[in-house]
Design a protein around this ligand. Structure first.
Ligand code: DAH
Length: 356
């Protein structure tokens, strides 16, 4: 006859000594595993007389359930203990001083944020387009036909793929975002589109990858004076001086008519450029009234809608505002350079202009 009281004592004893999940599992196998003591006794039941079998099966079932709940209790206890140990060994000391080796914001990112903040305050929203663009969106839809000299001037990188039977290129400017946005939304439109652009060019003042920001306003009555006012507010706020002098020079872009280039006044003191003083001029951006043919290309009726567009180079804005003299240094990934020219993540762009 099996000594069930002794077996129960054995089980309780062994489980009380268990101190980790691994030995708990060993214990479970020892009593309840396929060849465990309780399981074997269960198998033996078949050999007993009816009466004995009934009695012993009852006792065994009670013992099995008790063992199971003891194991469950123990598992919970061990899990709780493990969690508490983890919590106390991994506590964070929130009073520790801030690490001094923080990264910094690249001037390109900083300038994009400044530009977005200023235009955001003027009610513009930010639009995006792909860097691999169709030749059609990059040129044709912008009124730049196949043999237009502007295509050669852009030193385009052609890509070996096509989209909807159209040759793909790396976009040479952010202007194709105008096309995509006008196809997607009906006017009124008031957007800026900052992003990467690409041209096959590399010297002290050109990089094969650079950044531009595009602007587009389409509504019923926006005109050249709105364009001038908008750019004046932007440039004065960006360069943080109300004394900024601006000059609109007639120019030509296939997608605007009339077109203009904007120069800002500056002077040189030693090696430093002072923006807003002096009688020298620096070209800063291109702009104009959106050409009626561009509107037709995106199914907007030029007799009902009109508007203006502008585009400028982010690197140029950054170089002028922060006194960076070589364009190539932007992309050399030199840690000393970024330490010198980088910005603190908490250096938020300001909309307050120096009104002195
Ligand atoms: N896309 C022109 C360029 O890359 C810049 C430009 C000029 C954009 C006039 C415009 C514009 O939207 O109206 O040189």
């Amino acid at each position: 006859m099996v000594d069930f009281t002794k077996l129960e004592q054995d089980i309780t004893n062994s489980l009380s000594k268990v101190t980790d999940l691994e030995s708990l599992n060993e214990c479970r196998i020892k009593y309840l595993g396929k060849k465990g003591e309780i399981s074997l006794l269960m198998k033996e039941l078949a050999k007993l007389s009816d009466d004995d079998r009934k009695r012993q099966a009852e006792i065994l079932n009670i013992l099995k359930n008790k063992t199971l709940s003891l194991i469950e209790e123990k598992t919970e206890e061990l899990n709780d203990r493990n969690l508490n140990e983890k919590l106390s060994s991994e506590t964070l000391d929130v009073t520790l001083p801030v690490s001094s080796s923080l990264g910094s914001i690249h001037p390109i990112t900083q300038v994009i944020e400044e530009v977005v903040t200023i235009f955001g305050d003027l009610d513009f929203y930010v639009a995006e387009g792909p860097e691999v663009e169709t030749d059609y969106n990059n040129f044709t839809a912008l009124n730049t036909s196949e043999h237009h000299p502007a295509r050669q001037m852009h030193d385009t990188f052609y890509v070996e793929t096509q989209t909807d039977n159209m040759q793909n290129v790396l976009r040479t400017h952010t202007s194709p975002v105008q096309i995509r946005s006008m196809l997607e939304h009906k006017p009124p439109i008031r957007l800026i589109a900052p992003g990467k652009t690409f041209r096959c060019d590399n010297d002290q003042t050109h990089s094969p990858m650079f950044h531009q920001v595009e602007g587009l306003v389409i509504d019923k009555d926006s005109n050249m004076s709105h364009l001038k006012g908008c750019l004046e507010i932007f440039l004065k706020t960006f360069f943080e001086t109300d004394k900024l002098k601006m000059r609109f020079r007639p120019s030509h872009f296939p997608f605007t008519e009339p077109s203009a280039e904007v120069d800002i006044g500056y002077t040189k003191k030693g090696n430093q450029l002072i923006i807003g003083e002096g009688n020298d001029w620096l070209e800063i951006l291109g702009c104009g009234m959106v050409h009626p043919k561009v509107l037709q290309n995106v199914n907007i009726d030029p007799n009902s809608f009109q508007g203006y567009a502008f585009g400028m180079g982010i690197e140029r804005l950054a170089m002028l505002k922060y006194g960076i003299s070589d364009l190539r240094t932007f992309f050399e990934c030199d840690l000393r350079w970024i330490k010198h020219y980088g910005f603190s993540p908490l250096n938020f762009p300001s909309l307050i202009r120096d009104l002195s």
